[in-house]
Design a protein around this ligand. Structure first.
Ligand SMILES: [Zn+2]
Length: 164
């Protein structure tokens, strides 16, 4: 069973994930409509049984001022699946500037990667070429949908059409 409810904007684009009570509240306030339901009954009144929503859609289009994923240590780890991009280790993770700061490298999605302490110190203040190291996965700027992957693992197949 999904632990959350996929929230679509009025144009059917996936926006975020809410808890079931929060999604229900929007529906009861008539701010959202239920697009897909689960088979789980979560609320029962004398006359009606309510199934938990799986996907809801906001009635009004919401302009999302913040469309990207915030650049943070945790989000970079998440993008890289909590693995060192050089050796695949999951231990002692830290952030590595691909182009070192001393060489003008900035702090951005494309220049920050997850690295273990060992690789980080092996690379030191050198570029990848200088250190003869390479990525198992090239850094990229994630869209927020990537972060929905975590939820979709155990979520409804009902979400999938809206995540493409
Ligand atoms: Zn490593």
């Amino acid at each position: 069973m999904a632990s959350g409810v996929l929230v679509l904007n009025a144009d059917f684009r996936a926006m975020t994930v809410f808890s079931i009570p929060k999604a229900f509240l929007l529906v009861f306030l008539d701010k959202a409509e239920i697009i897909e339901k689960t088979d789980d009954v979560v609320l029962r009144t004398v006359s009606t049984a309510y199934n938990a929503p799986s996907v809801i859609r906001l009635r009004k289009y919401v302009n999302m001022p913040f469309k990207g994923v915030m650049l943070s240590r945790q989000n970079i780890f998440k993008r890289d699946n909590h693995q060192c991009v050089y050796c695949g280790s999951r231990r002692d993770l830290t952030l590595d500037h691909v182009v070192p700061r001393s060489k003008g490298g900035n702090s951005s999605w494309l220049n920050l990667v997850t690295a273990c302490q060992a690789c980080n110190s092996r690379k030191g203040n050198r570029t990848l070429e200088e250190a003869s190291m390479s990525f198992s996965q090239k850094p990229y700027k994630p869209s927020f949908l990537i972060f929905l992957r975590d939820y979709t693992k155990n979520a409804d197949a009902k979400w999938l059409p809206y995540l493409c």
